[in-house]
Design a protein around this ligand. Sequence first.
Ligand code: NAP
Length: 251
Amino acid sequence: MKIVVIGGTGLIGTKLVHNLRQQGHNVVAASPSSGVNTLTGAGLAEALVGAEVVVDVANSPSFEDKAVLEFFETSGRNLLTAEAAAGVRHHVVLSVVGTDRLLASGYFRAKLAQEKLIKASSIPYTIVRATQFFEFVGAIAQTATDGQTVRLPPALMQPVVSDDVAATLADVAIAKPLNDTVELAGPEPIRMDELVRRFLSASQDTRQVITDPQARYFGTAVDDQSLTPGDNPRIGPTHFSDWVSRATLKR
Ligand SMILES: NC(=O)c1ccc[n+]([C@@H]2O[C@H](COP(=O)([O-])OP(=O)(O)OC[C@H]3O[C@@H](n4cnc5c(N)ncnc54)[C@H](OP(=O)(O)O)[C@@H]3O)[C@@H](O)[C@H]2O)c1
């Protein structure tokens, strides 16, 4: 099967491309660095010739409200139009658990706009909403840092490792389109302040985490329901404690 991975050079994209190639598929890793730009449309029609499946794991280079909305809306439109012209039979996208509960954030308004375009298009689709990646925990710490302190709310999360996200996306890509949304989470719930504390400790980072129920998550208020999945998520098996003990962690 010819499968095009948009954002095929990113964290998830690189692993997904590898997984699908291991299974013998003809995989195109599409991104600006390989001459395919969904924002401008450059190289898109050529990359999609003969493709049966497209998996979109691209991300916006800017998270500024206007730029990120422009990225996901314009890229989404360009991609879906090119897919319709090429006869693509399944569009898979990676989104985020809780997207519709986090709309105070410009990033999540943009992700919801991306999902809506997909649902409104004629291409059969599967939306995979994942929780935060283990690899993203350092960025959560960074955004909440003031000097030597990291102020975070004790909101429940259920993070997942990128390898398990890529493995699930590979399964979804070669299965029939669900025309629905599925959720993916890690094996265990953990509070945000505690997750970051464990990450910093494993990284030998001396910053102190202060638990503050009023603290924001990337500027947005969160509670125990905001970032956690619903009743029947797919579960990535890797535990945070196993990952954190073997990953090379840098501040
Ligand atoms: N971070 C989390 O915890 C989390 C949780 C759930 C879901 N997600 C979702 O996961 C997805 C992938 O995240 P990631 O961390 O793997 O991203 P990433 O490592 O930042 O990679 C982004 C990819 O997008 C590509 N890209 C950027 N601009 C593009 C354009 N104009 N046209 C085509 N491709 C473009 C990049 O290509 P170049 O290398 O050429 O620049 C790169 O391959 C995102 O959609 C995000 O919303 C993230």
